[in-house]
Each structure stands twice: as C-alpha cells, then as structure tokens.
Design a protein around this ligand. Sequence first.
Ligand code: SF4
Length: 707
Amino acid sequence: MSEHIIKTTCPYCGVGCGVEAVIEDAKAHKIKIQGDKQHPANYGRLCSKGSALADTVSREGRLLYPEIKGRRCGWEQALTHVASGFNDIIAKHGRNAVAFYVSGQLLTEDYYVANKLMKGFIGSANIDTNSRLCMSSAVVGYKRAFGSDTVPGNYQDLELADLLVLVGSNLAWCHPVAFQRIRKAKENNPKLKIVVIDPRDTDSCDLADLHLPLRPGSDVSLFNGLLCYLAENNKLDMDFIEQHTDGFSDTLLSAQSEAGNVRHVAEHCDLPEPDLRQFYSWFAQCDKTVSLYSQGVNQSSAGSDKCNAIINCHLATGRIGKPGAAPFSLTGQPNAMGGREVGGLANTLAAHMELDNPEHVRRLRRFWNSEQVADQPGLKAVELFDAVASGNVKAIWIMATNPVVSLPNADFVKQALQRCDLVVVSDCIASTDTTAWADVKLPAAGWSEKDGTVTNCERRISRQRALFPSSGEARPDWRIICEVAKHMGFDEGFNFNSAAEIFQEHAALSAFENDESHGIRDFNLAGLCGLSERDYARLQPVQWPVTDRSGHGVARLFSDGRFFTPNARANFIPVNWRAPVNAPTAAYPFILNTGRIRDQWHTMTRTGLSARLSSHKPEPFVEIHPKDADRADVVDGGLALLESRWGSMLGRVHVTSKQKMGCLFAPMHWTEQLSRCGRVGATVNPVVDPYSGQPESKHTPVRVSPY
Ligand code: SF4
C-alpha cells in the first residue's frame, strides 16, 4: 500500500500547528505524524500532544450511531425527534426557551451554521461556547481598547521582541510550540529578557530572567503601577498617545490614585520591591515588548480589566502594530478564534458584528434573507446553565464539549441537565459525563474525519483536512446542524453540500457592506470570496484580514495607528483593582487555582488514548506548598480531600515549594468517568467577570485534608 501525506492542523491548542499525516493504511487508521515544515505557526515543530496524534485515531470509545434515550436509532428518526422537540418548545415557550452550547473544538464552518440557525432563524442569541471559559475577557479587553476583537501581532513578534512578558500563562505546557519558539529566540538573542508573572513557579519559569509570583488577582494593580512608573520616568510615547488614542489622562489619574508608589504596589502584589522595580525598569527600556497573556488573566472576575490594564501600558508606549511589540492574548483552543469570527459568543453576531448595533442586525437580515435575526444578547455559559436549572431554557443542544466537567459548580450543571426537558448532545465520543444526561446522542465526525478551517491565536486561518471517511454513521457537525435546521422547516439557508460552500458564504458575509460608506469592520475575507472547491481544498494558511485578490493576509494590525473605533483612535480604559469575589475564610483558607497539564487535553477523550501521554501525570493531584501541607496535615504521595462551598474532589498530594503559600493547584482534565472523585470543576466557584461572563476558575476558597 503506498503512503501519501495529507496536510492538516493539530486539534489541540490555539498555537494551531500544521501537521502532516502520513497515511500508511487508511482502512486500519494507521498513520504517522510529523510537523509541517511550511506551516508558519510551527515550521515543523510539534509538542508531545501533537506528536502523539497517531495514537488517538482509533475507533475506541467512539459514538457511532444516533441514539434516543440510550437506544440506537436511524438518523431520520433522530433528526425528526430533535427538530420537533425544539419546534414544540419554541411554540409553547418562545424562542429563548432553547439554547445551543458549542465548542472551540468545532471548525469555523460548523460554528457558522450553528450560529446562523440559532441567531439567524430561530431568532434567539442563546448560543454560547466553551470558549467563554477561555478567552472572553480578552475579547472585551480588545473591543474596549480597539473597537474590535483584534489580536494585533503574530508569533514572529515573539522572536523579534527584546522583552517578553508572560502574564498568567504557563506557555511551556499550554502553548508548547510557542514556548519552543521563544526558547530558540533566547538562544539566538541572549539579550532577550523574559519575565513570568504568575503565582506559580511553572515550567515556563525555566526560561525566565525574572519571575514575579504575585498575589492571585492583583494583576491590575501591577500594571497600573507600571503605567505610573512609565509616566514618572518619562517613558511614555506622547506622540502616539496624542495622535492615536483617547482617555489617557483619566486613565493615568485613575492608576495614580490607586497605585501610589512602587513600594505600595509591591506590598499589595506581595512581591519583593526590587524585583518589581526590575520589571518596570526593563519594560521602560525595551521598545520591543510583547505581553502574552492567557487564562491566568482571563479566568477572573476582573479578567476584562486585567486585559485593559496590560493594553493601557502598550498604548502608553506606542508598542503596538510594530515588529516585536504587541499585547497578545493567547487562545486556549484550536478554534476559539474561528468561533469569535462567526459569532459563537452569545453577545456577538457573525463576522464580528454586534447585537447592540441595529445596523449590524439589519445587515444580517439582508444577507441571510431572514427577518428573525436576534437583536438581544443571549445567555452566557454560566447563566445559560442557570437558566436550564430554573426551567427557563427547556431544550439544549451541546456540541463537542463536556460542561458537566468543565463548567464551574459542575455538580449543579449535572443537576440542571437532569431537569431539562430535552438534552441533545452531538459528540464523537460515546460516553462522557455530559452524554450520560443526553436524551438524544448524535454521532459527530472527529479530528481526522472532518474538513474545514480553524483560526489560531495569531489570526491565521488554516485548513483541517479529513484523513479517513467518518466512522460508523458519524457525520460532520455542519451537516448535522443543517439537517436539523431543514427538519425544523428552515429549508432556505441550510442547503450546503460541503464545508467549502459554507466557507464561501462566511467569506462573503465578512465582506458584505464592509467599506468606508458602511463603516469598516476588522474582520474581512473579501480576498477569499468565491473560492472554488479546488481552491478551498488547497487553501494555504493565511492571516485575516484578507482584503485583496492576491490572497495575502495581514501580519500586523494597527501599524498605521488607526483603530476600528468610530474616530479610529484607540481607547485607554481606566481600571482599578477589585478583589476576587470570594476571599479565603477560616473554614476555607486556601485559594484553588485550576489549569492544564502538559500532556493532556480537555477531558482526555483523545489524549487519554495515548499511553505515553498518560504516563506524564497519571492521576488527579493537588499541588501544595510544604508549609501548607504541614498546616493541613497532608503528606506528599498521600490522598487529599479538597472541599469548597460548591463541591469536592480527591487528588494525590504533590508537595512542592513551587506553589505559592496559601495557594493550591489542581488539573482540570479528570472526569467522573476517569476517576470518580477527581473532577475539579465541582469545586470551582460559579463567579464571573461582569463584562465578559468568564468564570473565575483560578480563585476558589477551599480547604484540604488527608483522605
Ligand atoms: Fe502545536 Fe498546540 Fe498541537 Fe502542541 S498542542 S502540536 S503546540 S497546536
């Protein structure tokens, strides 16, 4: 049998690495995986998870046939059941009584039609995504500052910078290939300074010239202090501020009223004053600065404000839109960005248009030829499941995600699904903590079977390509959604025959009335409009916007100092520190931080199939500082019970001085199916950022005791 190579992308993190799958035996799903040397995200590099993709393409554990109430049925019966169930509930209780909860694992074409069905034809904005848990605070930060949800820079900037500031990001584990690029950049340029701002001493600190283990939640104070320091030391770019921004004076005054002097900030952030001064001094000196931030910033009740505190410092120094200078939010999932592009969040419309802009709503009505386009925001993830629990949402369709594990207060989510009249789950995995509560299970094609596009952290759109036909009766998500739409009676608008046809419409919408006379929007794929199936099949990785027929994208935005606000000026946003909502108490004295480990992805449905990946951290664990371990009477290697006001979990105790005193860390990956008691989501407080709705998954008061 002759081998052939198919270029695709890794399905895990937002780095979006290009992968070459060498097909050795398609029938046996036998492949070899190598990095794609031409892909600009990784130039051939892969991390442990990407390298192990060949171990994960078996049919083990797959959902292969539709089921209703646990019994296998045909597709027609399942589609009719779902469509009539949704239609009946809408007829009796209104369109806001139904909801979709989708995923950054979906391809952009899947996301596009899901959003079109809910917002465009059902007429409700009750479609939210697990990306709410990952980067919605970053979206708010960008939109408030730039008038658009736009990542200004790219990965090459990491190699061009003189100073890299990692804030709330364990890049070494969560975006490993980006970290590999930084490691290489540091080898090539020993003058490159790296500062890690994180309460934990993570593997990312291995490269750091300075680690600032700040008090959890004090980031806004740290960056307000930096803004004041820059002003006091005449390190502002006054030309840039005056020509291209609004709101600087108020923002500086606000920061000064809070931050005081460096000593005060250091005390507040629980940092040694000389270390904080060192960071401020490096930031002041290095024109080429990239601030990389991730869930440690975003997953907070002040996540949006933390993002703007960082962006304020970049605007104040004009460090944006230039090689080696950007405030750079990293998305967790492979296609969180694609979801943003098509309105996957309950508070946005497709093509980066806004629900609260009547002209945007009218434009979509014209484009989709539907009078039903939603004009009110829908429910964000945590409030959506509250509405399921209260009975206001009576039917929910969960696509490619496992909220019974990943949402905060996860036991409550489970109870909500138990009470819901109709729970539909489309997934490629048969048995998850969420499919356990499904009335209807719809088998979806998995990675290696799906065709479409994804967008990575740096706005780069890449093709994901099928390696094999779908397993069993599984279908691509976009096809399942279109079939349900047609069974609901929405014949027009969902007659797509391929992912390429959906991409054509998606590109056409991005360019529709997107010009000077209608107000230019950031997201524009005019140069990709009308791609033939053949061109789509051959589409090369490209960074949006793509505005001309050359098909070239844009490496950096805002290079001309023009932003997407009505007056083309960026906004400084005055932000002040707010304490995390739930403080430790005598009963719950520790702060629990949750996050990823190096070799697992989400709830391990795929990475858990690889023995070599599972050997890295084989069981749920809790990291604790030695003094705290003494205080709690737990020992290294023993079992500990972790309890919060919301729930509990068990984990193996890892005693380590890398953990800040008073703080614990537990991984997010284990499910009830994998370990009856290792599901950390059950303990996490259901507190959210007031602007983004992103949960505060890194700050839950807990107690710990021997088990
Ligand atoms: Fe690249 Fe992320 Fe996949 Fe690793 S997990 S290969 S860094 S996309």
